[in-house]
Design a protein around this ligand. Structure first.
Ligand code: AMP
Length: 198
């Protein structure tokens, strides 16, 4: 039976592919802090077949629109984010911890809060192309991190939220990240796609 959470991708993805990929994701309880069920994607990255299937399936979740820039969140977001940028002929923009971003005038900085950490993040806005922007990360947990990126794009770069799409390899639906993004009217539901939902 196809799970309800994945029903949006019925036309191009079989449940067996999602189940196959789930077999390469390890859950580590109480890591890095108590109460967190950490999803370790290292086994998936180490398996070429799983990497290929995940890359293809992720690419198929994207909107049928021309994506001009892909932004990805340090550091595991970089892995599939760069694949998605190549597939879409889009510029690739790293969202980095502030201290790791070489100083340039076009840098944009903002505070972010995830399930288990607080960071000051930033990106070089000069690499943003006009048009649709896709933000990719490995995991959508509470939604705090991606929300801070969307707000920085809207408030500091003047990007309209209708031009922003979100992509995740894994969504932890029990942490209600998508729900909180929708509740705060940050972005429309059709703009949020997760490949593997727990
Ligand atoms: P959040 O802001 O709570 O949605 O957290 C998303 C960010 O934190 C992503 O960059 C993830 O890499 C990381 N993260 C948060 N929770 C987890 C988790 N349970 N397993 C793996 N990564 C996580």
């Amino acid at each position: 039976m196809r799970s309800k959470e994945n029903s949006y991708n019925t036309t191009y993805m079989t449940t067996s592919k999602i189940d196959f990929l789930k077999g390469f994701i390890r859950t580590i309880d109480d890591y890095p802090i108590k109460g967190v069920f950490f999803k370790d994607i290292s086994p998936l990255l180490a398996n070429v077949k799983a990497m290929k299937i995940a890359s293809e399936c992720l690419a198929q979740t994207l909107p049928a629109k021309i994506i001009s820039s892909v932004m990805a969140i340090e550091s595991r977001g970089f892995i599939f984010g760069s694949v998605l940028s190549i597939v879409n002929n889009a510029s690739f923009i790293m969202i980095r911890k502030a201290a790791k971003l070489p100083p340039v005038i076009s840098n944009v900085f903002f505070d972010s809060k995830s399930e288990y950490s607080k960071e000051k993040l930033g990106f070089n806005s000069s690499y943003l192309n006009k048009g649709i922007i896709l933000i990719h990360d490995d995991v959508l947990a509470t939604g705090g991190t991606v929300k801070s990126v969307v707000e920085a794009l809207i408030n500091q770069c003047g990007i309209n939220s209708s031009n922003i799409y979100l992509s995740f390899l894994v969504e932890l639906s029990f942490l209600k990240g998508k729900h909180s993004l929708l509740e705060e009217d940050i972005i429309p539901e059709t703009h949020i796609k997760s490949l593997i939902v727990y």
